[in-house]
Design a protein around this ligand. Structure first.
Ligand SMILES: Cc1ncc(COP(=O)(O)O)c(C=O)c1O
Length: 326
C-alpha cells in the first residue's frame, strides 16, 4: 500500500453503525453520505444499520447513490438552482429524489427541473441556507402551487456542533428545534429532518437524523460522542529523521485541517509539530526510523476523505471513494 493512504477499521465502522442504529433504527436515521462519499460504506449502513434513506450534499452524490442501487429515498439537503440532472433520475425511475428549497428561486428550479418532492429548508441558527421560520408556510404554499409535493421541513442545527459541552449543546439544539417545530406547524408533511453526529442524542423533534461523521469519526467529534470509535486513520511513511523530530510523507493535500491538525494514533504515539503541504513533522514518543509507518487520526473526516480516491479496509478490501466531484 502506497502512502499516504486512508485506512478503515471495519470492526469499528460496524460497531459505530450498530450503536447509532440502536438509538435511531431504520428510517429514523437518514445517514449523510457527505462524510464518506463512498457507496460501499453506504451499502453497509443499509445492510447493517437498516437505513434505507440517505442524505446527500451534492448532485453527484445523488447520482452516484442512484447508480449504486441505493436510491430508495435520497434527500439533497442543499439548495440547487439547476435540477435537471435530478429530474432525469426521477424520470428514469432510478431514485426517489427530494430536494431542499428555501426561496421562490429554488422552488422554481425544482419544479422546472422535474423534481417532484421538496422539503422546506428552515434556518434554525446556522448562518447558512434556510428560510426564516415565519416564511416557511408561504414557501410551502408556493411549492404546492407549482405542483410539488411538500414532504415537510428540514433544519440543520450545525451551529450546535461548535459547542463542546454536552449541556450547552443541548440548549442550542432545543432552541433550534423549537424554531423548526414552529415552521413545521405552518408547512405540514410527515418529515422533520435535522440533526448530526454530536446532536442526535439531544434532538427530540426530528423524525429523521442526518448524521454522517459517526460512521468514521474524527478527533474533533470523538470527545463529544465517546460512544463512537474513531475508525479512520491516515497511514504515512517516515521519510526523514532528525535528532529533534521526524517527518512523514503526507500533509495538507491529504488531510482536512479546518478542525485543526491530526493527532498521532495510539499505536504510533507522539506529538504533531507542524503540517505543511506534503509533510507531517512530529515528535515521536518512541524512536522511529526512516521507512517506518505511522498513523494519524484526522481532525475532520469529510474533507479528508474527499482528498482520496480509495479507502483501504482492514479486511483487505479496497473501497472507491466514488461519490467525489460535483
Ligand atoms: C445538512 C447537514 N445535515 C447534517 C450534517 C451532519 O453531519 P455530521 O454528522 O457529519 O456532523 C451536516 C454536516 O455538515 C449537514 O451539512
Amino acid at each position: 500500500m502506497q502512502t499516504p493512504a486512508l485506512v478503515v477499521d471495519l470492526e469499528a465502522v460496524e460497531a459505530n453503525i450498530r450503536t447509532m442504529a440502536a438509538a435511531r433504527p431504520g428510517t429514523a436515521l437518514r445517514p449523510h453520505v457527505k462524510a464518506h462519499k463512498c457507496t460501499s460504506l453506504a451499502r453497509l449502513q443499509r445492510d447493517v444499520g437498516g437505513h434505507t434513506g440517505f442524505t446527500c450534499a451534492t448532485i453527484r452524490e445523488v447520482e452516484g447513490m442512484a447508480a449504486a442501487g441505493l436510491g430508495d429515498d435520497l434527500l439533497l439537503a442543499n439548495e440547487v438552482l439547476d435540477c435537471t440532472r435530478l429530474g432525469a433520475l426521477v424520470d428514469a425511475g432510478t431514485a426517489r429524489v427530494t430536494v431542499a428549497v428555501d426561496s421562490d428561486e429554488t422552488i422554481g428550479a425544482a419544479a422546472g427541473g422535474g423534481v417532484r418532492e421538496v422539503l422546506i429548508d428552515v434556518n434554525v441558527g446556522l448562518p447558512r441556507c434556510g428560510c426564516r421560520p415565519d416564511d416557511a408556510g408561504r414557501l410551502a404554499d408556493r411549492a404546492r402551487s407549482r405542483g410539488l409535493t411538500v414532504r415537510g421541513v428540514m433544519g440543520y442545527e450545525g451551529h450546535a456542533t461548535a459547542v463542546h459541552s454536552n449541556e450547552g449543546r443541548k440548549v442550542v439544539v432545543e432552541k433550534a428545534m423549537h424554531a423548526l417545530r414552529t415552521a413545521h406547524e405552518r408547512v405540514g408533511g410527515d418529515v422533520i429532518s435535522a440533526g448530526s453526529t454530536v446532536t442526535y442524542a439531544h434532538n427530540r423533534v426530528a423524525t429523521e437524523i442526518q448524521a454522517g461523521s459517526y460512521v468514521l469519526m474524527d478527533s474533533y467529534f470523538a470527545p463529544m460522542t465517546p460512544e463512537f470509535r474513531p475508525a479512520l486513520t491516515l497511514e504515512l511513511t517516515v521519510i526523514s529523521v532528525s535528532s529533534r523530530y521526524a517527518v512523514a510523507d503526507g500533509g495538507l493535500k491529504c488531510l482536512g485541517m479546518d478542525h485543526g491538525p491530526p493527532t498521532l494514533h495510539a499505536d504510533t504515539p507522539g506529538e504533531v509539530l507542524v503540517v505543511s503541504d506534503e509533510h507531517v513533522t512530529f515528535v515521536p514518543a518512541q524512536p522511529v526510523r526512516t521507512g517506518d509507518r505511522i498513523r494519524v487520526v484526522p481532525a475532520h473526516v469529510d474533507p479528508t476523505v474527499a482528498y482520496h480516491e480509495r479507502l483501504h479496509v482492514s479486511n483487505g478490501d479496497v473501497w472507491e471513494v466514488d461519490l467525489r466531484g460535483w
